[in-house]
Design a protein around this ligand. Sequence first.
Ligand SMILES: Nc1ncnc2c1ncn2[C@@H]1O[C@H](COP(=O)(O)OP(=O)(O)O)[C@@H](O)[C@H]1O
Ligand SMILES: [Mg+2]
Length: 275
Amino acid sequence: MIEASAPGGIAPHVRPQIESNPYRGTASNSYSMKTLESGARIPPAAGDAAAPILSLQSVTKDHNTETEPVRALSNVSLAVEAGRFVALVGRSGCGKSTLLHLAGAMDFPTSGHVILDGIATDSLNETGLTHLRREKVGFIFQSFQLLHTLSVAENVELPLLLAGNARPRRQALERLAAVGLADLSDRMPHQLSGGQMQRVAIARALVHSPRILLADEPTGNLDSTTGNAILELLRRISLEQQTTILMATHSAEFSSFVDAVVRMRDGRIEGVLRC
Ligand SMILES: Nc1ncnc2c1ncn2[C@@H]1O[C@H](COP(=O)(O)OP(=O)(O)O)[C@@H](O)[C@H]1O
Ligand SMILES: [Mg+2]
């Protein structure tokens, strides 16, 4: 399930404006887009727990600058159930990356709360935050962010090493096989294509089996065919592993892959569409 509220309230009391799908007709497979019913609810997948894996409760975020604070999110409320694949869309500057950083406890609201798997991110000390991020969150980026002095396998096993796992190689190789890169584990990142680099980043983000994968424009540096293959991979991961995925994107190609689209504008949620 996903719920979202329009500015000024917390779901489900306030209903967001639900609009018709601007991307209708672009879907290339059977996940056709439907306008969400009033109330912005998407039923959870079979077997989901009732509690949302992620909820933002009346979140406002101001970024400090040398002059005056910049308001990036304005009273945003959103709840995402486990196992959903959700796209966040909207123009550059509308607050997508800020929302993802708050969702991953990399940053904190100016007011309101972010609850990740039942834990308020603003309730933890540094040690608690480190554990929360390590155990529950995976992040992938437009620019892949691989460590170029490490091999593919070393990149993927790094989160496990940092978490104290002394023999992470087998798990890393399993993840690489799951993203179709079993044969490339000994390569260095510069020996890979962009699509292969993003697959390595996905394997790394998932190697510790996080509850939620946060993806910031993961296809932004890829051509559309390669980007679609990455979206297909994310779709498969969310279905097979019940990993919740929240993905910021500019792309209109996404609608055929995701369960819901949250459309943002000027730091607010404008509407939610079920796909
Ligand atoms: N670290 C920061 N310091 C100051 N302003 C920021 C910072 N990060 C983002 N912003 C501002 O917050 C707003 C939302 O940015 P962002 O979340 O990056 O949007 P998007 O990812 O949708 O492009 C923009 O006005 C941006 O300039
Ligand atoms: Mg961004």
